[in-house]
Write a protein of this length. Structure first.
Length: 361
């Protein structure tokens, strides 16, 4: 493989992990795929991937009389990832329009902003949004033909919550309702919608089973809003950490993480989840580390943040996180949300693995 090809793949790996690339001085000099991996913030797609996988695994025991529709499952997964990418682009557009995302704001510091960094234009951003949404519409129409009108209800509700998360007139994030919307999107809508798309039915036990991971994603978003709290106050964006204050915002993130584990334990005890779902408890040490981070003062520089985070980055990934060899925190000035993502990837993966093992046990 040519050196340029190796560098390009290195870019993709780093972007998938950090939403950024340090291998080029100007992100606009990267290849087409790298630019759009940055634009769509592919580094957070793992949350949607895990949510969809939970739905797929929950659907397996409900299908007895026919082979499992793996083709439909892949189609659902593709549609959800396209919707996530479209949602990120729309959020970035409206945050610029509403003068929330400006030069110097946290969103523009940890990774290149599609519009403010010049990675794309408003026209091309909306072309991508329309393309993604048309593909999603085609998938939704096909699934509706297979399973009925509730598919469109799931799709429309998810689209509405995603768009009005930042778009007027609702601006849910601006009024302390963003975290609630996140719970419903990554919990009942994605997980429950996936189950319905595969089985044509959705019962209350399955809906309850969507709650723990939905809460886990809320914890991540609380971390993101903690990172931006001071700037959001100045912009009149009333996220929960702005309403509660920093101290209680931190407690809210800790409590939400705890609720994830409580939910898994209770649902396993009630046999709504298989007892093997308790494998999610293996992620408890990471949850404990996050809780310790939330009780410490936030580092004031990327170098200080690197010193705190360095012991938890495996040697095999140090080249991914610090390809230039500098001791800095790659997603600075993000801090709490990085630890939230670090935890939720582990917690979600162990939960999925436990559910898969439960199919055989």
């Amino acid at each position: 493989m040519a050196p340029s090809g190796i560098k390009m793949i290195g870019n993709w790996i780093e972007i998938i992990r950090t939403c950024n690339t340090s291998r080029v001085k100007d992100p606009k000099d990267t290849d087409f795929i790298s630019r759009w991996l940055i634009n769509t913030r592919v580094c957070v797609f793992s949350m949607t991937l895990l949510s969809a996988l939970i739905g797929i695994v929950l659907a397996v025991p409900q299908i007895h009389s026919r082979p499992f529709p793996w083709g439909i499952a892949l189609l659902v997964l593709l549609g959800l990832l396209l919707a996530h990418g479209s949602n990120n682009l729309v959020n970035d557009y409206f945050d610029v329009l509403n003068k929330v995302d400006t030069p110097g704001y946290t969103r523009t510091e940890y990774a290149p902003h599609p519009l403010l960094s010049g990675l794309t234009t408003v026209r091309n951003l909306w072309i991508a949004v329309v393309l993604f949404d048309l593909l999603d519409l085609a998938i939704a129409i096909y699934l509706t033909w297979l399973q009925g009108w509730p598919i469109m209800a799931f799709a429309a509700t998810g689209l509405g919550l995603s768009v009005f998360y930042v778009a007027p007139p609702l601006k849910l994030k601006h009024h302390g309702l963003g975290e609630v919307a996140i719970f419903f999107i990554w919990g009942p809508l994605i997980i429950g919608g996936t189950v319905f798309a595969l089985t044509g039915k959705l019962d209350w036990p399955t809906l309850w089973a969507t709650a723990p991971y939905g809460l886990a994603i809320v914890a991540v978003v609380l971390g993101k809003h903690l990172d931006k709290r001071k700037q959001d106050i100045l912009r009149g964006v009333h996220t929960l950490p702005v309403i509660l204050g920093e101290r209680y915002g931190r407690y809210a993130m800790i409590c939400t993480i705890c609720l994830f584990y409580i939910g898994v334990i209770v649902l396993s005890a009630l046999k709504i989840l298989p007892w093997t779902g308790l494998l999610a408890l293996i992620s408890l040490p990471k949850a404990w580390q996050v809780s310790k981070i939330l009780r410490l003062p936030m580092p004031q520089t990327p170098v200080a943040a690197h010193k705190v985070s360095a012991p938890f980055i495996p040697k095999s990934l140090k080249e991914v996180f610090n390809p230039d060899g500098k001791d800095h925190f790659p997603l600075w000035p993000l801090w709490f949300v990085v630890w939230g993502v670090w935890w939720v990837r582990s917690a979600g993966a162990w939960l999925v693995l436990g559910l898969i093992i439960g199919l055989f046990v």
